[in-house]
Design a binder for this molecule. Structure first.
Ligand code: ATP
Length: 359
C-alpha cells in the first residue's frame, strides 16, 4: 500500500495561544511494501506525523492517501493500520494468546479462526511456544514481539512503529530490529518506523526520511543520504563517529583550511568569497608522508575492527574529531602530528549561514 502525504501540517496551539508548527508542509511518497525510517532529533515532529497517518491526530492542513484512497477524514479503526508503541501496552491479566487475539474480538472474528490467526502471528514473530504465558513472564524483547503480533493479526494495510525498541537493552535492540526487518520482508507490509537513533534507522530502512523542526530535510536510501547530504544538519545527524567540521575559507573557487588548499571545483567559482564550513567523514582521510593537512593526534582508540585517531586541529569546530584508519602503516599515525589529504567524495562544503551544501 503506497502512502502519500500531501502538504501535511500540524500546528498545536497552547492555552496562551502560542503556536507550535510540529509538522510543516510534509510532502512525501512512501512506496508500497517498503520499510521507511522516520528519523530526527527529539521534538522534530516524527510522532506527530505517525499519529496523523494513524488517524489519532487530525492534520491542520494537508491530505493523507493510502493508495488512491483519501483517508484524511477516516476514523483510525477504519484505516487498516497496525500500531506498535514504545511501551508495549499489553494487558497484564491476559495470556500472550489472548493479547494477540484481542483486536479480533472487536471485529467479531469466529473464535476458531482467531485462535488459528493468533498462533500463526506468534510463530511469525518467533514466540510460538509462549502463548500461555502472561506478559510479566516475558522479557522486554518478547513483550515487544507480542505487541507486533497483535498489530499484525488484523492484517493491516500499514504497520506503524513508534520507537519500538527504546525500552530494550543494546543487545536486544539489535536482535529485535533484525526481527522487525525479517517480519516486514516476509509480510511485505508497508511499514513506517519512527526513531531518533540514526544507526537503527540506517540499518533497517529501505529509505529514510530525516526531519528537523517539523520539516523534511532529506529522503532517500540510507547510503545515498549519508554519501550526499543536502545540508549541514543531515551531514551531522548521520554517521558514527560523526563528521568532523572545520572553519574554512572560500577564495575564488578554492577552499582552504588555514593555509592549506583542500578542495576546489569550477562550480564553487560562482560563489562569493567567504567563510564556509568543511565537513569530512571519519573515513575521508588519506594518510601519507606528503599529506598537506597536519592534524594533531591526541590518542588512538579501537572502534570494532577499525582504529580511530582521536584528533584535533586549530580550525576544527569541535574539541576533537575522529579519523578512521584502515590498513595504514602505523608509522604514518603513531606520532603526534599526522599528515593527511582529504578524499574529495568524503568532503563536503557548507554555507555558514544556512547550512546549505555548496559542494
Ligand atoms: P520525540 O522523539 O521526543 O518523541 P518527536 O520528533 O516525535 O519527538 P513530536 O512528539 O511529534 O516530536 O513533537 C513535535 C513538536 O510538537 C514538539 O515541539 C512538541 O513539543 C510539540 N507537541 C507535540 N504534541 C503536542 C501537543 N499535544 N500540544 C502542543 N504541542 C505538542
Amino acid at each position: 500500500m503506497e502512502i502519500t502525504l500531501k502538504n501535511l501540517t500540524k500546528v498545536f496551539t497552547d492555552s496562551k495561544g502560542k503556536e507550535t508548527r510540529a509538522v510543516d508542509n510534509l510532502d512525501i511518497k512512501i512506496p508500497s511494501g517498503k520499510l521507511i525510517g522516520l528519523l530526527g532529533p527529539s521534538g522534530c515532529g516524527k510522532s506527530t506525523t505517525l499519529y496523523m497517518i494513524s488517524g489519532l491526530l487530525n492534520p491542520t492542513e494537508g491530505r493523507i492517501f493510502f493508495g488512491d484512497e483519501d483517508v484524511t477524514e477516516l476514523a483510525p479503526e477504519k484505516r487498516g493500520i497496525g500500531l506498535v508503541f514504545q511501551n508495549y501496552a499489553l494487558y497484564p491479566h491476559m495470556t500472550v494468546r489472548q493479547n494477540i487475539m484481542f483486536p479480533l474480538e472487536n471485529l467479531k472474528v469466529p473464535k476458531d479462526e482467531a485462535l488459528q490467526l493468533a498462533k500463526e502471528m506468534a510463530e511469525l514473530v518467533g514466540i510460538g511456544e509462549l502463548l500461555d504465558r502472561k506478559p510479566a513472564q516475558l522479557s522486554g524483547g518478547q513483550q515487544q514481539r507480542v505487541a507486533i503480533a497483535r498489530a499484525l493479526v488484523k492484517k493491516p494495510r500499514v504497520l506503524l512503529l513508534d520507537e519500538p525498541l527504546s525500552n530494550l537493552d543494546a543487545r536486544l535492540r539489535l536482535q529485535t530490529r533484525e526481527e522487525i526487518r525479517r517480519i516486514q520482508r516476509e509480510t511485505g507490509i508497508t511499514t513506517i518506523f519512527v526513531t531518533h537513533d540514526q544507526e537503527e534507522a540506517m540499518s533497517i530502512s529501505d529509505e529514510i526520511v530525516l526531519m528537523n523542526f517539523g520539516l523534511e530535510q532529506q529522503k532517500g536510501k540510507p547510503q545515498d543520504v549519508y554519501d550526499n547530504p543536502k545540508n549541514l544538519f543531515v551531514a551531522k545527524f548521520l554517521g558514527t563517529p560523526p563528521i568532523g567540521l572545520y572553519k574554512g575559507e572560500l577564495k575564488n573557487g578554492a577552499v582552504y583550511i588555514g593555509e592549506v588548499n583542500i578542495y576546489q571545483t569550477e562550480e564553487l567559482k560562482k560563489e562569493a568569497n567567504r567563510e564556509v564550513i568543511v565537513g569530512v567523514r571519519p573515513e575521508g582521510y588519506d594518510l601519507s608522508e606528503s599529506g598537506t593537512l597536519e592534524i594533531i593526534s591526541k590518542f588512538i582508540e579501537t572502534i570494532g575492527r577499525d582504529l580511530s585517531i582521536v584528533s584535533a586541529h586549530e580550525k576544527a569546530m569541535t574539541e576533537s574529531f575522529r579519523i578512521i584508519v584502515q590498513d595504514a602503516d602505523s608509522s604514518l599515525f603513531d606520532k603526534e602530528i599526522v599528515k593527511v589529504d582529504l578524499k574529495k567524495n568524503k568532503t563536503f562544503i557548507f554555507d555558514v549561514e544556512d547550512g546549505r551544501r555548496l559542494a
